[in-house]
Design a protein around this ligand. Structure first.
Ligand code: GAF
Length: 381
């Protein structure tokens, strides 16, 4: 927070009006279910993207400086068309664009951005940036945009301006999560429940292992998964795969013409069920009991949804062999992170086992940290 405030002062020669922040996330369970109108259960990381900002007078224009890139980008209304800005600044311009498209009078502003959310690790650094900027601009401009409506607006920035066809989970996590809770979100209705997640109280920890595996073919593959799901839903006569209850799965699989859509549908239907089961176990105080559900989710993402890579599979498998109660990839896949549910005394040994296994296979050394559920987007000063 201090660094970004100082950065603002240095770049613009005056202090900003305030500092805002939004977090990255891990998804505990419920992967590739959001765009199928199903259930997700993310929690916010204590790692956040910070934005210092101040209004400018005159015709609206925007200047944004990034501490990570040590670069300032300036844009005006003429740049606000989908794809009009690319790279990191596209996420910022996308938020201004989405607000204006929704009819909001966005004030001209200067912004400084700093972040400790790892980029490209599948921890939602882009949603953290979008949501920190959105929260700052809404406050600066006194815009009447209720909190529950903000995730969809930030998602529109990503879908419509940046051009990534993501679902609504990451922006919802960045905006709606609360400290010490996971967010049980129904992605169709927007209904959100805060589920207490007192891991330390249960003698547990969520170990996040960043495999550092480069994303491979991620964009096209993600879009392809979406299309297959949408076509399967249409073929089965439902609005979205969310409408298929597990009891209908055998008949649905029998009705589908190809193996690929059968696999995708099986993943989505069983994953939605695993999310509900995870929430039930957490509500009943059985945090350790969610381990097998995490592992089943990983197997489904590996075998049926086919979005893992060898680094993710090795990390999940070795974490379990080393004593984790369950482990799974988190986020979109094709690289990124694995989460492992471990006893709080086993963090180092599980991380060491994965590091060793990576070295033995010639993979890049993984990074790791323990994740505790932090707060969603907020004004800090
Ligand atoms: C990415 C997307 F941005 C999310 O919307 C979600 O679909 C996720 O992949 C997979 O669960 O993070």
């Amino acid at each position: 927070m201090d660094a970004v405030a100082k950065g603002f002062h240095k770049v613009y020669g005056e202090p900003g009006a305030g500092v805002w922040a939004a977090p990255g996330r891990v998804n505990l369970i419920g992967e590739h279910t959001d765009y199928n109108e199903g259930y997700v259960l993310p929690f916010a990381l204590p790692r956040r993207t910070y934005v210092a900002a101040g209004r400018t007078g005159g015709a609206p224009r925007w200047q944004v400086w990034s501490a990570q890139m040590d670069q300032t980008v300036e844009f005006g209304p003429e740049d606000l068309r989908p794809g009009g800005l690319t790279g990191w600044a596209g996420y910022v311009a996308g938020v201004v664009w989405a607000l204006r498209e929704a009819g909001y009078d966005v004030p001209g502003a200067r912004l400084a951005v700093d972040s400790d959310v790892p980029v490209g690790a599948g921890l939602s650094s882009s949603a953290a940036l979008e949501c920190a900027v959105l929260t700052a601009l809404v406050d600066l401009g006194g815009l009447d945009l209720p909190v529950p409506s903000r995730p969809a607006l930030a998602q529109r920035a990503e879908n419509g301006f940046v051009g990534v066809p993501s679902g609504i989970m990451d922006q919802s996590a960045a905006i709606l999560c609360q400290a010490e809770h996971a967010l049980f979100l129904d992605c169709r209705t927007g209904q959100a429940e805060q589920v207490p997640l007192d891991l330390a109280g249960a003698g547990l920890a969520v170990l996040v292992i960043d495999t550092r595996a480069p994303h491979r073919l991620a964009d096209g593959e993600y879009a392809a998964r979406r299309t297959t799901c949408e076509r399967a839903a249409a073929a089965l006569g439902v609005t979205a795969l969310r409408d298929l209850e597990p009891a209908r799965l055998p008949a649905a699989l029998a009705a589908l013409p190809d193996d690929l859509s059968r696999r995708r549908v099986r993943h989505v239907v069983t994953e939605n069920q695993r999310v509900r089961e995870t929430v039930a176990r957490l509500r009943s105080g059985d945090a350790r009991g969610i381990g097998p559900l995490l592992s089943a989710s990983h197997a489904s993402l590996r075998d049926d949804y086919q979005v893992t890579v060898p680094e993710l599979d090795v990390a999940a498998e070795v974490a379990e062999q080393a004593g984790a109660f369950g482990a799974r990839m988190t986020g979109g896949g094709f690289g990124g992170c694995v989460i492992a549910l471990v006893g709080d005394g086993a963090v180092d040994s599980v991380a060491a086992a994965v590091t060793e296994a990576f070295a033995a296979r010639g993979f890049a050394a993984p990074a790791w940290f323990v994740a505790t559920p932090g707060p969603g987007a907020t004004r800090l000063r």
